[in-house]
Design a protein. Structure first.
Length: 51
């Protein structure tokens, strides 16, 4: 194998790692932080009213 095929294989492995591990973890962290923000704001300001 030459260097370009090894490099291309490493790039595909890195891409798979980003797609399978990094993006789902980032999504979970963003959704969790939004939920925490909503919970904490309701803790300080009270539950939302109706109008």
């Amino acid at each position: 194998m030459n260097d370009s095929s090894v490099s291309r294989r490493q790039e595909y492995k890195a891409l798979a790692l980003v797609i399978v591990v990094f993006f789902p973890l980032l999504t979970i962290m963003l959704i969790s932080s939004y939920g925490f923000l909503v919970w904490f704001s309701q803790l300080l300001l009270g539950p939302p009213g109706h109008g």
